[in-house]
Design a protein around this ligand. Sequence first.
Ligand code: PLP
Length: 441
Amino acid sequence: MSPAPHPKSDVWPFIPSPRIIDVVKAEGVWLEMANGTRILDAAGGAIAASIGHGRKEVAAAMAEAVGDTGYIVPTFLTPQRERLVARLKASWLPDHLTRVHLSSGGSEAADAAIRLARMYQIAIGQDTRWKIIGRVPSYHGATALTLAAGGHTARQKGFEPYAPHFPKVPAPYALRSPLGRNHPDEDIRCAKALEDTILSEGPETVAAFLAESITGSSGGAQEPGPRYWPEVQRICQQYGVLLIIDEVMTGFGRTGARFGIEHFDVRPDIMYAGKGLTAGYAPLAGIYASDEVLAPLAERGDSLMFYTYGGHPGACAAADKALEIMEREDLVARAATQGRKLEALLRDRLGQHPHVAEIRGRGLLWGIELVADRETLALYPAEAGITNAVVGQGLARGAFFYPGGTGDIRDIICLGPAFTISDDELEMLVERLAGAIDAAT
Ligand code: PLP
């Protein structure tokens, strides 16, 4: 018997009610709905399901872990966590990020990374340093602290009283650079804005700078020019500001490299990443830091508070198996290869579309920015709800696209399918996307 439509489905404004019903099964890039229709998951859910849905090996590893140990408080080391951390250090993390702390998701990881930066500054006698400089646009999570550090106006709305007002600098956005469309000095302008902000706030008040290596859904796979990260690194070092890089969406192969930072010349003091860590099979994220950050804390006997479910044995087993599959099937390289094919199809089908301002991305993380006027880059009015309309039209055509942007920055459609997506499925994805954009714009 098929489950009845779920009343909670109505909370998703972009899905035409009452058509929506829950997903009952998923395999590869396909979601099977209770009414028997199939939806091509062009976004891996929330850009998380990177090895494809329905991997029985992962389910078996999780079942074994939970059968063996159930829940174990993170104070104790379990074999599942030990194996995962060993794999992370051997094959995934940058060499200098030797310390691992586990949380249940990206928001918790971002929150912990911010607290770690503050704890470090206190431990080295810099108690006055508490500010976290963030960027606009960005998204780092839904806790009060991470909302405050992020630059996502729509998600911050109403919660401002709970959150301190952290300073913000622009994230490089070449298409709309105030210097001129696609101006080559946009990267330097934005790095300079960071230096100016550190100086105007007072370096002695700034604990860390927090940014995504490549802006995820809030900016639609927006990446900086080549001089940005080396210059940001230099500025952070000069003023004693820690560099925290968010790899929640870009990590674990999504951009065709293990982490987004590998495309640039940069060495974060603290990095955190979730989503692809378990390929979406279980809630888990990690905060990864250098010995230099942890040493002053260790001297004082300080440590980050653990999360009850951080490093849950079932989640660690899921992550260890998902990463093993990625290594065995060479899926990071496949993300790069399939990404190049996706790019070619997108440019061919949508490159000259009158309402497509830009198609941008890397690996299998792509953003398509829609505008009312391609020449002037004029936006559609917010009330037009173009992003949600495209997502709705996509569902009507059997594909799920991820709504990006921040409210102020719109309209952006994000793509992030599983790395296993076939050539035929890529073609289907782009056909359905083009149909949805044509219908909505
Ligand atoms: N950071 C980035 C870049 C993200 O994209 C997200 C979620 O989309 C988060 C942090 C928050 O992660 P979570 O939703 O797992 O709490």
